[in-house]
Design a protein. Structure first.
Length: 163
């Protein structure tokens, strides 16, 4: 029997052939599960596209919005969505987002982030979000963990905003 670098791959493929075929069948039939969608709201023109790209590398669908009005125009959100929002926006407050989503019947989870040192705003954001407010700049691993927690707490879109 041949031994070499290709053999473990062949063994793996043989052991998992049924799973591979099932996944290919799901993809062809359109039954594949949709990726969770992350709606990012941040008014920093350099941060917004960078964090959207980062989130996409994590396997999510991601869309960026510079204002709350832009976010509102995207309603209703796709199934299995989460909003990642800056607390302090130019002329606006990200803390308004939970109420906007509630009045629109949009049950997306919310994760707040901020560079502000205002402890009161951080406390409010932590109480309204699915996880405590993230401190900017946020590490990628911390961001992905927060998104996963928020989405897991939101499996069938219940209200997880702790209002």
């Amino acid at each position: 029997m041949r031994k070499g670098p290709g053999l473990p791959l062949v063994q793996y493929l043989l052991a998992h052939i049924h799973d591979i075929v099932a996944l290919q069948t799901e993809e062809r039939s359109g039954m594949a599960r949709a990726k969770p969608t992350i709606m990012v709201v941040d008014d920093d023109p350099s941060f917004l596209p960078a964090v959207v790209r980062l989130i996409r590398t994590g396997g999510y669908d991601a869309h960026g919005f510079g204002t709350i009005a832009d976010l509102r125009s995207a309603l209703p959100f796709p199934h299995k969505s989460c909003v990642l929002a800056d607390v302090v926006l130019h002329g606006e407050s990200g803390l308004e987002i939970p109420e906007i989503l509630r009045t629109q019947g949009e049950p997306a989870a919310i994760v707040f982030m901020s560079a502000t040192e205002d402890r009161d705003k951080i406390e409010v954001a932590s109480s309204l979000g699915a996880v405590p407010c993230l401190k900017k700049p946020v590490e990628a691993a911390v961001l992905f963990d927060a998104l996963e927690i928020a989405l897991r707490g939101n499996p069938e879109m219940p209200d997880v905003n702790h209002q």
